[in-house]
Design a protein around this ligand. Structure first.
Ligand code: ATR
Length: 291
């Protein structure tokens, strides 16, 4: 995209994924746009398995300027991008696409969104701290680069399938002090920040870890969110952990970073996050849904 402000029609963005009908992104970006005085349309586009590349071409042909990509298309978005940011390259996944004059630019704003939420919103510095990441799937891979960039003392990846944790640790070994192991090797570990990046919360399940994973005043963070606390956050609270963070802050922060990638302006996030927590229903309804 050459000059985002040289258009007299609204700029066109959308989130593509499956499912997307409950995505809060249209309402979040509508608030960012209003705040920055930019006219934009932001739709939800539900894409059938196998139909992603075609949907992308179609959106571009209709004058689309950029996209957010969500489950299950982040890897395919990565492979379809003509150019990628270093953080997208490292993550092996793309959640933000921008249609540039010279092709498709792919970025990944998930990890930086999480780090901004932890450091700026929750006042939880990561430098010199001990971080535990539970899970070794796509969600974990997307956050490891920015977490290591924040210069923790140690970052441990623990996964149910230990070999996947080791593979991830090898991939990120040159980026910081990362080690790997199983969920059953965490006794007495004492981490300042414990991040649940497993898909367990989707089924209301809990990764099997001992309460001693938390250091005194440790923070529990789940990348998921819902109307009720996730099983992981509820369990952490039962263990006496008082600093709890769900994925809503990361959601708003990754959106702000995508907005910056597309439009070269960083919107303020605080009021949007406050409103989202107070009135989540208002964020589910706004925005149009395309086929
Ligand atoms: P995502 O893109 O959401 O990360 P994924 O790539 O399928 O999805 O990865 C899911 C992650 O959640 C994996 O780390 C998985 O552990 P395994 O590698 O052992 O499968 C983890 N996971 C899912 N359900 C879990 C559960 N009930 N307990 C512990 N870990 C779980």
């Amino acid at each position: 995209m050459s000059d985002p402000f040289a258009f007299d029609r609204p700029l066109r963005f959308a989130v593509m994924g499956n499912p997307v009908e409950h995505s809060k992104s249209p309402a979040i970006h509508a608030r960012f746009a209003r705040q920055c005085g930019i006219r934009l349309e932001y739709d939800r586009i539900q894409v059938d398995p196998g139909g992603f590349a075609q949907a992308l071409d179609h959106f571009r042909a209709r004058g689309g300027n950029g996209l957010n990509i969500t489950v299950p298309f982040k890897l395919e978005a990565w492979s379809l991008a003509d150019r990628r940011s270093p953080r997208a390259e490292l993550a092996g996944a793309v959640n933000t696409l921008r249609f540039d004059d010279d092709g498709l630019f792919g970025d990944n704003t998930d990890g930086v969104g999480l780090v901004r939420d932890l450091v700026e919103n929750l006042r939880c510095p990561l430098a010199g701290r001990r971080i535990l990441v539970l899970g070794a799937g796509g969600a974990a891979r997307g956050i490891l680069g920015p977490l290591l960039e924040a210069r923790p003392e140690a970052l441990r990846i623990a996964n149910r399938t230990v070999s996947r944790a080791h593979e991830l640790a090898e991939r990120f070994a040159t980026h910081g002090p990362v080690t790997a192991g199983g969920l059953d090797q965490l006794n007495g570990a004492g981490f300042d920040v414990v991040i649940n990046a497993t898909a367990a919360s989707l089924d209301g399940a809990l990764p099997k870890i001992p309460p001693s994973v938390f250091a005194a005043n440790g923070l529990a963070c789940d990348l998921m969110y819902g109307d009720q606390p996730t099983a992981f956050l509820a369990w952490a609270a039962d263990q006496g952990v008082t600093r709890l963070a769900d994925g809503l802050g990361m959601l708003v922060e990754q959106a702000a970073e995508s907005f910056l990638v597309w439009l070269k302006r960083r919107p303020l996030t605080k009021d949007v996050l406050v409103e989202l927590r107070a009135n989540p229903a208002a964020f589910s309804e706004a925005g149009r849904v395309s086929e």
